[in-house]
Ligand binder design. Structure first.
Ligand code: RP5
Length: 164
């Protein structure tokens, strides 16, 4: 199975990424995670991205806050799919969102919501499921469970409305 590569611009981003690690564990996806910055360690970030495919990665997830160029720099140096997570650090995360999502044509970054680590994990699983049936099966179950949870909530709502 291909690995997920996770890069965060700083260790201060780690708390925002907990849901991502939980999802990858849930879907049984192996990963490597590193602190690497587009600004503070640009050579290391470029080297990681340039070698990611040959090093067994199938997707790279890059999380950063403020002027968040990490996902874009990674995408510039690999042909693997890159998921960007804008981390809320300043300006309510809008600075990171725009820095991550507003990529020029030719260098796409699949950007999730501000602090959208959970969706980044699900999206990474969906990408890797193209070549792995066990992940695809887990994703099916995930959808069924989610549907059941929402139906249970709807049932409770209907009961509540009866008593108003
Ligand atoms: C970004 O700058 C990091 O991704 C982090 O969100 C932000 C602040 O980094 P620290 O000053 O906390 O190391 O590069």
């Amino acid at each position: 199975m291909k690995k997920a590569g996770i890069l965060m611009g700083s260790d201060s981003d780690l708390p925002a990424l907990e849901p991502l690690f939980k999802r990858l564990k849930e879907f049984g996806i192996p990963y490597e995670a590193h602190v690497m910055s587009a600004h503070r360690t640009p050579a290391r970030a470029c080297e990681f991205a340039s070698n990611a495919r040959k090093n067994g990665f199938g997707v790279v997830i890059a999380a950063a806050g403020k002027a968040a160029h990490l996902a874009g720099v990674v995408a510039a140096h690999t042909t693997l799919p890159v998921i960007g997570i804008p981390v809320k650090n300043s300006l309510d995360g809008l600075d990171a969102l725009l820095s991550t999502v507003q990529m020029p044509a030719g260098i796409p970054v699949a950007t999730v919501a501000i602090d959208g680590a959970d969706n980044a994990g699900i999206l990474a699983a969906q990408i890797l499921s193209l070549a792995d049936a066990s992940i695809a099966e887990k994703l099916e179950k995930f959808k069924v469970d989610m549907t059941e949870q929402v139906m249970a909530k709807d049932k409770k709502l209907q009961e509540k409305l009866q008593s108003i």
